[in-house]
Design a protein around this ligand. Structure first.
Ligand SMILES: [Ca+2]
Ligand SMILES: [Ca+2]
Length: 353
């Protein structure tokens, strides 16, 4: 695919977009067809790009953009403490929605995961939470080593091992770049998944991929210099395999966490429960929902969020992520919370018993 095919949302080429999109949908496979879809998810998954109306983003609660959890609170935090814990209005609203969900979906046989979450204006705002999550998953980072391995974790930062790599990769699904080396496969009901810097590089980054120059400032990386995103969808599915088997041996992991940029909702306003825009759903090997949570928000451009959970044993077979309430393309404004993803961190894939 050439660079021109990145310009998928270019309104000047609707026929090309539709043809590409149709072909992509015929190719795409769902890894867990029995996923229980939360309100509105399916409707959002294929939301078409809208025109860029140039609306001014509502800078809600700029001053509230700060870490939602202290380092201390991250230690031994589990579902029920997350439900109970509240540090200010944002956390209180999150807790309310978490409480309702936890009551509804928590599988009593699934164990109680430790929850790690943070949000704020800078990478430092979430760093301690990410590091605590890494430690809980295990040491070492197993890199590209073949499995099965008994300990450690895997990480993907989308950066190609070098912050100077600024290429925008063509959207593809399934995304198999790390299938053999790190035991994870990603799919989307959209056209595909791409790695890109917010702007710049040979293909222009997200600003060109989505034909929206405002994206250069809307998003920021946690690990320089690239982010990860579905194209023509806000849904990313992850499944796991034993590294070194090229996807032939399915696996389960103890935990999974992801970094997000520019999660604006919930913004602390409005009646509770106030729905978030960004959601992670964890499923077992039989596609039963183990746990679901919104990702904490930090309103304002380019802020960062992290959410991850760790179970006592490897029982997560798949993860479904809704990043933002709308597929990328429109301006990030009061009507659209556009969100990009950065680092994925997960437990060492284990054989399914
Ligand atoms: Ca990165
Ligand atoms: Ca946003």
């Amino acid at each position: 695919m050439g660079a021109s095919s990145y310009r998928l949302l270019d309104a000047a080429n609707p026929n090309t977009i539709d043809r590409f999109y149709s072909a992509a949908r015929r190719r795409s496979k769902k890894t867990a067809p029995s996923w229980r879809v939360s309100d509105g998810l399916s409707a959002l998954a294929h939301e078409p790009a809208k025109t860029f109306a140039g609306k001014t983003k509502q800078k809600a609660n700029h001053n509230q953009a700060k870490p939602m959890y202290t380092k201390q609170s991250l230690t031994n935090m589990h579902i029920r403490s997350t439900v109970i814990a509240s540090f200010g209005l944002l956390s209180a609203l999150l807790a309310v929605s978490n409480a309702a969900q936890a009551q509804d979906i928590l599988d009593r046989d699934a164990g109680t995961p430790i929850v790690f979450q943070a949000a704020g204006t800078t990478p430092e705002s979430i760093q301690s939470s990410v590091d605590a999550f890494r430690a809980a998953l295990g040491i070492p980072n197993n890199g590209n080593n073949p499995g099965p391995l008994s300990h450690g974790r895997r990480e993907i930062n989308w950066d190609g091992g070098n912050p100077n790599i600024l290429d925008t990769t063509a959207p593809v699904t399934p995304f198999n770049v790390f299938l053999n080396t790190r035991g994870s496969q990603f799919t989307t009901p959209g056209i595909g998944l791409s790695q890109a810097p917010p702007s710049g590089g040979p293909q222009g980054g997200l600003a060109v991929l989505f034909s929206n120059p405002t994206y250069a400032k809307t998003f920021r990386t946690f690990s320089p210099s690239r982010l990860f995103t579905p194209v023509r969808s806000n849904i990313t599915n992850a499944s796991f395999f034993i590294p070194g088997t090229n996807g032939t041996v399915p696996a389960v992991v103890r935990g999974f966490g992801a970094v997000f940029t520019d999660v604006d909702l919930p913004d602390g306003k409005g009646p509770a429960p106030h729905k978030g825009s960004t959601l992670i759903e964890y499923l077992d090997k039989d596609s039963r929902v183990l746990f679901t949570s919104f990702v904490p928000a930090s309103p304002g451009d380019g802020n960062l969020s992290f959410f991850g959970i760790v179970f006592g044993d490897a029982r997560i077979g798949a993860v479904r992520i809704q990043s933002g309430d709308t597929a990328p393309g429109p301006n990030d404004d009061k009507n659209h919370d556009i969100v990009m993803m950065d680092d994925f961190i997960y437990g060492e894939p284990q054989l399914i018993k």
